[in-house]
Design a protein around this ligand. Structure first.
Ligand SMILES: [Zn+2]
Ligand SMILES: [Zn+2]
Length: 750
């Protein structure tokens, strides 16, 4: 490798934070030259203002005329490594979005805007020596100062003023007086806000691995030995097979080689329990583990980011955007629950963190490990075709059995009960049995609220959201109607606003009603609900989990929140109230999602000594995703689902790009969508299948009318297609009130 001498740059090319869709050149004044390099954040004059920007290249020469100088450098070191800049460019090209939008995701706002700094705190240490006379005088004239002085003289190292005053019950004025006499020295120091600073983590050691785990860990460490040759590893391990232990030991192996590691987990699984497992295992260097999640305060995020950037943190655990953690010397990226759709960002840049992790690993020549009990079709297909390396764990640790899955046909239940059954007789009996044995039950329903719609039995009008084309959900606790898409709330009308009749009926049910029903049937059981409504406070979440683990709750009712990664040995029964919710969505992934959800939720049962039992209530007992999940037949499921996708030209066989055109004015949205479709047909090669400009399944959302154009197929690289779409869009002047969004590899088809 030839090392070029480092020359201070005279000219730089930057990307300004504001979306202007192009790069600009600036000159660098001598006074700043030493501090500017690729990845630096700078302040530059732009039009008649100044703005923040990222340096993406240093130049020897620029064609631009009359270059203006940059005004200032933000921070000491470059904020983005050349590796991360390369990754940003890839994301922009692949996901069809401007580079400044990528930067917004890559650097947290608090870092980009550079408004928040380190927290500064006052520390105290002993000052000059005091002689006996002066001390006696002080004790007489100012006894409190003397008392404080005694405490200070005992300090072996600087102490936080706040702590000292609290311990001595003395006040700030007394301390200031001592400082004025030179008897105490006060100093401000930067301290870190550690979101987990007040928690104690009990150190843990490696667990003994079983034969399967040992083999898998060996494959990973071999990859760590020769990362430049390694393919991404897909770890398919059934629920309870000990994947996390593999992650922990693989990270240890990476650290032992002097490298760092990122662990991505879905936001919903980033529970105190998860953080504890990682912080505990690496307790000898607790500081070395940084945690990034959406509940951090701006200050905490600032400090965690700097802990990573400065190289003190060597392990980063976080949700989606942690894939951009500025770790150097990266050795391993773990993507847990790689099938999770929350890894896909639903606003620009619409990237998928798993796919970005694979690309980052390639750029940084490190190992990437994708783990799941129910791998995505995309990853599984990559493993089948040899693009990924497949590692499997088919046994639960300690040879615990997979839970027994029973299918309950709701069609016959409905005939029996004559009304909408929430609990079938079989599930009811099973719960009663568990209550008798003091074992715990989880009831799962993927829908919040009490009643999912309010209908008029006279005229048939449903109460819909005025902004979205969905029915409003009734929430009994707050006694209001609520839109789950835009947050609109409304009072519950006494009479039908359309026909004036007193004929309103509630129908459908959500978790709130399940909770009420269960409480009614089992009045002596302790029932708790866990969903976005009941868990709006972070504390409520922790408390419920703690109580459930301690056995103070018999039945836990909840949404996805309880489906992921939680580990409760005393749960022997899981009831899935309605398995069909996802199946009826107009989405080619509906079957896959149902299969994944059933398997994940079922995996919560039987994690302890007693085997688990799962009841799946469904109106479509013979649908393949339910039948394959029931038999824990992953390979069979993948096989049939892949055949279906191939027949229909869906991912993973063909790429898909979804363009959404929206406006408050329906006609304008429609016209723009049709124009765009015509232009795309002219531009795109015929190998791409271009769908009609059609109303989206969710036609109105947040007051906007929405139209879709779905593009599929093409053997070309997706970045080529993205470029053509971008060029077509740039040439089309859309009215100001029409917005266009391009989603490459979309997950939301509504
Ligand atoms: Zn009516
Ligand atoms: Zn709405």
């Amino acid at each position: 490798m030839v090392c070029k001498p480092i020359v201070a740059p005279r000219l730089v090319r930057v990307v300004i934070d504001r979306a202007i869709h192009r790069e600009l050149d600036y000159s660098v004044p001598d006074s700043l030259a030493e501090r500017v390099s690729v990845g630096s954040r700078v302040r530059v004059p732009f039009r008649d203002k100044s703005g923040l920007a990222t340096v993406v290249a240093t130049l020897e020469h620029s064609d631009a005329k009359g270059l203006r100088p940059i005004e200032a450098v933000v921070g000491d070191a470059p904020m983005l490594s050349t590796h991360l800049l390369e990754l940003a460019n890839w994301i922009g090209a692949y996901y069809c979005c401007p580079i400044e939008t990528v930067m917004r995701s890559m650097l947290p706002q608090v870092i980009r805007k550079a408004k928040v700094g380190f927290k500064r705190q006052l520390f105290v240490q002993p000052g000059r020596k005091i002689d006996r006379d002066e001390l006696e005088k002080l004790q007489k004239r100012a006894p409190r100062q003397a008392e404080l002085l005694e405490a200070i003289s005992k300090l072996e190292k600087p102490k936080r003023v706040a702590d000292l005053l609290r311990q001595t019950s003395l006040d700030n004025q007394t301390l200031r007086a001592l400082a004025k006499r030179g008897l105490a020295v006060l100093r401000e120091e930067a301290v870190e806000r550690d979101p987990h600073g007040d928690e104690q983590f009990i150190p843990t050691t490696n667990l003994v691995l079983n034969e399967e785990q040992t083999r898998v860990l060996k494959e990973i460490t071999e990859a760590l030995e020769a990362p430049e040759k390694a393919r991404p590893i897909l770890l398919h391990g059934v629920t309870g097979s000990g994947k996390t232990e593999i992650y922990l030991q693989a990270i240890r192996a990476s650290l032992d080689r002097g490298h760092t590691a990122i662990v991505l987990v879905p936001e919903i699984s980033l529970t105190p329990q998860t953080v504890e497992r990682f912080k505990g295992r690496f307790a000898e260097a607790q500081d070395a583990v940084a945690v990034l999640h959406s509940h951090l305060s701006e200050g905490e995020r600032h400090d965690e980011w700097h802990k990573i950037h400065s190289g003190r943190a060597r392990i980063v655990i976080g949700a989606r955007s942690a894939v951009f953690a500025p770790l150097k010397n990266l050795g391993l990226i773990v993507v847990d629950e790689e099938h999770e759709t929350t890894y896909k960002q639903e606003e620009a840049p619409r990237y998928h963190a798993r796919d970005v992790a694979v690309v980052r690993a390639k750029i940084e020549k490190c190992v990437v490990l994708l783990g799941s009990a129910t791998p995505s079709l995309e990853s599984y297909h990559n493993a089948m075709t040899g693009k990924y390396q497949l590692a499997t764990l088919l046994q639960r640790v300690d040879e615990k059995q997979m839970p027994l899955m029973r299918i309950v046909d709701l069609r016959s239940e409905r005939r029996k009960q004559k009304s909408l059954a929430i609990l079938s007789d079989k599930l009811r009996d099973a719960i009663a049995d568990r209550l008798g044995k003091r074992e715990q039950t989880i009831l799962f329903l993927n829908r919040r609220g009490f009643s999912t719609s309010l209908l008029c039995s006279n005229c048939g009008e449903a109460r819909n959201c005025p902004n979205c084309s969905v029915a409003l959900t009734f929430h009994r606790q707050v006694a209001r109607l609520n839109c789950h898409l835009c947050g609109h709330t409304a009072a519950v009308p006494k009479k039908c606003p359309a026909c004036g009749q007193d004929a309103l009926i509630y129908s459908g049910f959500g978790t709130e009603k399940v909770e009420a029903t269960v409480t009614q049937i089992f009045p002596n059981a302790m029932v708790r609900r866990m969903d976005a409504d009941s868990m709006s406070r972070k504390e409520a979440y922790r408390e419920t989990l703690r109580n459930f683990r301690a056995g103070k709750i018999d039945i836990l009712v909840g949404t996805q929140m309880i489906a992921k990664g939680l580990h409760f040995p005393n749960v022997t029964l899981v009831g899935i109230i309605n398995a069909d919710l996802a199946l009826h969505l107009p989405d080619f992934r509906a079957g896959e999602r149902t299969f994944q959800l059933l398997t994940q939720v079922a995996g919560r049962a039987g994690r302890g000594e007693t085997p688990g039992e799962v009841f799946v209530q469904t109106f479509t007992p013979f649908s393949p995703s339910i039948q394959f999940a029931r038999h824990h037949d992953f390979a069979g499921y993948f096989q049939q689902e892949l055949e279906f996708r191939e027949r229909c030209d869906f991912p993973p066989f063909q790429h898909a790009v979804l363009i959404t055109i929206r406006s408050e004015h329906e006609a304008r949205a429609k016209f723009s969508a049709e124009t765009l479709r015509r232009r795309l047909r002219e531009t795109l090669p015929t190998e791409f299948v271009l769908g009609d400009a059609a109303p989206a399944p969710l036609q109105k959302l947040q007051g906007q009318f929405r139209f879709h154009i779905l593009i599929r197929g093409g053997s070309r690289r997706i970045s080529g297609l993205s470029r053509l779409i971008r060029e077509t869009l740039d040439k089309l002047p859309f009215p100001e009130d029409v917005a266009v969004a391009v989603d490459v590899d979309p997950y939301q088809l509504l």
